[in-house]
Each structure stands twice: as structure tokens, then as C-alpha cells.
Design a protein around this ligand. Structure first.
Ligand code: KG4
Ligand code: ZN
Length: 334
């Protein structure tokens, strides 16, 4: 069973090919042009997808050493995401599947992030808890049986990756802030600045990062006025410590409450070293299993959509209709 997956939900053009749940190729064309704007420019993103997509499909086929005729299923992200960007990949995939008479799956982007962990362990099966931590999402799902995703918690305001990006900018570290903060934090003391862990006293599974973002802004302003002496590295490390603590403690609470032994962590922020270390500690302490996708599947990519498509195909699901369009705002549920 060969599945070709396409993701153009935001600023990366992603095409991947999966054979029986094993990733054969994963081509990502990243759009560096947004860095100059400090964030993603939607109109430029969709135009760049249009230029890159066909070449990415060819490269993915070549990388997998297969031809288009051999592909059984074409899966593409229907949403959520930027509408113009989604339209490019989704319409292309529909056209390709229709013309070549292949099964077509309209995919939810978050289902892709969750199933990206299959690339690390093809035997992964529910039940598990999934934390998606990216620039657009901070969501906790309970996956009880294959194909069902129950949203049990989410951010009340900003996504954690967005907070990393904003704080990275405040600290003059550039965009995207996540990798820059984690690098700067290596030389810093995580307890140098007393940020508080968001929603520390809660008993539920929510997240919140706007207060922490604001606290970071106030810290930088106080530093600029000479009221506190703390280095950029110390601020980066201190911010990262509490952001990670919020993610790990809430996810651990959910696993405990729902009696799940397996946790999947995905999305761009899953690349964060401090987050991985904190989950490794939890894994040992609680005897849990915490699974991360391999590095090139953390951020948006086509292979994760192909993996999620493969899971649907393995359940024997019929293809989706061609007369559906993109859904920029779409809650994963079912
Ligand atoms: O999943 P992704 O590529 O796109 C979205 O769907 O949002 O995630 C991108 C986000 C950005 O906010 C970026 O700063 C963050 O992931 N990120 C990180 C790291 N690498 C990427 N955040 C923290 N630490 C990292 N090492
Ligand atoms: Zn994503």
C-alpha cells in the first residue's frame, strides 16, 4: 500500500510517500522569504506553494523510487490552515487523484501531526494521549481507538510555538524564535528569572501562554531600563523552563487521569531539547512511554499526512468525495 501525502497548510510545501506505514520519502520546501516579515505572509505563502508543489511531488516520487502509477492513495490536508495555502495543495491533490483514478483522502492537519509518531514506532496503537505543540496549536487529544480523537484540552489564548516566536523576537533572536531560544538557553540559567508556570494550580488540562509572553515583555523592558541585570541567555532559559513545565505537567496529569500509558508529542515545538528531556524524566518516573516523531517529521510535512492516510486505508475507509473544499477553521473530533 503506497500513500502519497501533501501538506500546504501554512508556509512549508510538504510531500511524502509512505509504504505500509514506513516513510520512503519526505520532501519539504521551506519558504525562507517570510523571515524578512517576522511572520508568515499568507498571500506570498500560497504563491510559493504553487511554484514549488509539482517539483516536490516529483522529488518525493524519485526519493521513494516509485512512479505515480504505483501510488494507491493520495491524501492531502483539507484544514485547518491558511485558506490560500490549503487550496493549492488540496486542489492539486484532488485533480491528481481524479485524473489517475486513485483513492483520495481529505485529511485533518492535526491527525497528521498525531500519526507522525508512527514513523518512530510503526506498532503505535491506541490508546494514547497526544500533545500537539506548534506555532498554531497547543492541543491535547485522547485517542482511545483508531480514528477517534477527543479534544481534552487546548490553549485558552496563544499557541506555545507562537509564544516562543514572540519572545524570541523580544530578545532580538530573530524568527522563528523556538530554535533560537533553545539554542540561547543552553548558555543560560533556567532559574535566573522568576517567571511563573502558567495555570500552575489548575486541575484540568488547559494551557495559556499570553500571560507568560507578557511577563517576558515586561522583563525585557525592565532590563532595558537597567532595573534588572539578566542576560538574554538567562531570560531564554527561564522562559523555556516554565513553558516546558506547563506542557509536561498538564500532559502528565491527563495521562494519569485517563490512565493512559503512552504519550505522543508532536508539532514544531516537539523538537525542543528541554521538552524532550523533561518528558524523558517523566517517562522514567511514571513508567510511561513517550514517543516523538523523528526530527524531520516534527514540523509540517507531507509524510505525516501520508501516515495518517495509511491509518485510514488500513481501517478500510472508502475514499472521500471530490466535491469538498478546504476548511481553514476545523476542529478535530470524532
Ligand atoms: O509545526 P510547525 O512547523 O508549524 C505549525 O503548524 O505551527 O511549528 C512551528 C513552531 C514555531 O513556532 C517554532 O518556533 C517552533 O515550532 N519550534 C520550536 C523549536 N523548533 C521549532 N520551539 C521550541 N524549540 C524548538 N527547538
Ligand atoms: Zn502543523
Amino acid at each position: 500500500m503506497l500513500v502519497l501525502g501533501i501538506d500546504t497548510s501554512c508556509d512549508d510545501t510538504g510531500v511524502g510517500i509512505v509504504q505500509d506505514g514506513r516513510v520512503l520519502s519526505n520532501v519539504i520546501a521551506s519558504q525562507a522569504l517570510h523571515a524578512a516579515f517576522g511572520g508568515v505572509m499568507p498571500e506570498l505563502a500560497s504563491r510559493a506553494h504553487l511554484t514549488e508543489l509539482d517539483a516536490c511531488v516529483q522529488l518525493a516520487l524519485e526519493g521513494a523510487n516509485v512512479n505515480l502509477e504505483q501510488i494507491d492513495v493520495i491524501a492531502a490536508t483539507r484544514g485547518p490552515g491558511l485558506s490560500g495555502s490549503l487550496l493549492v495543495g488540496f486542489t492539486y491533490a484532488k485533480g491528481l487523484a481524479f485524473a489517475t483514478k486513485k483513492i483520495f483522502y481529505a485529511m485533518h492537519h492535526l491527525e497528521g501531526h498525531i500519526q507522525s509518531a508512527l514513523a518512530s514506532d510503526p506498532t503505535l496503537e491506541p490508546p494514547f494521549i497526544a500533545l500537539i505543540a506548534s506555532g498554531g496549536h497547543t492541543h491535547l487529544f485522547d485517542c482511545a481507538v483508531s480514528g477517534t480523537y477527543t479534544l481534552i484540552g487546548a490553549t485558552r489564548d496563544d499557541a506555545v510555538g507562537e509564544a516562543f516566536d514572540k519572545v524570541g523576537r523580544l530578545l532580538g533572536l530573530g524568527f522563528p524564535g523556538g530554535p533560537a531560544i533553545s539554542k540561547a538557553a543552553l548558555a543560560g540559567n533556567p532559574h535566573a528569572y522568576p517567571f511563573t508556570v502558567p495555570l500552575r494550580g489548575q486541575t484540568g488540562f488547559e494551557f495559556s501562554f499570553s500571560g507568560l509572553k507578557n511577563a517576558a515583555r515586561l522583563a525585557v523592558e525592565a532590563r532595558d531600563r537597567g532595573e534588572v541585570t539578566v542576560s538574554v541567555a538567562d531570560l531564554a532559559a527561564s522562559f523555556q523552563r516554565v513553558a516546558v513545565a506547563a506542557l509536561v505537567t498538564t500532559t502528565a496529569r491527563a495521562a494519569k487521569r485517563l490512565q493512559r500509558r503512552v504519550i505522543v508529542v508532536s508539532g514544531g515545538v516537539a523538537a525542543n531539547r528541554a521538552l524532550r528531556d523533561a518528558f524523558a524524566v517523566l517517562e522514567k518516573k511514571e513508567g510511561l512511554r513517550v514517543l516523538f516523531p523523528p526530527a524531520d517529521l516534527n514540523t509540517d510535512n507531507g509524510a505525516m499526512i501520508a501516515l495518517a492516510g495509511f491509518v485510514r486505508a488500513a481501517r478500510g475507509e472508502a475514499g472521500d468525495r471530490f466535491d469538498v473544499s478546504v476548511v481553514p477553521y476545523w476542529v478535530l473530533a470524532g
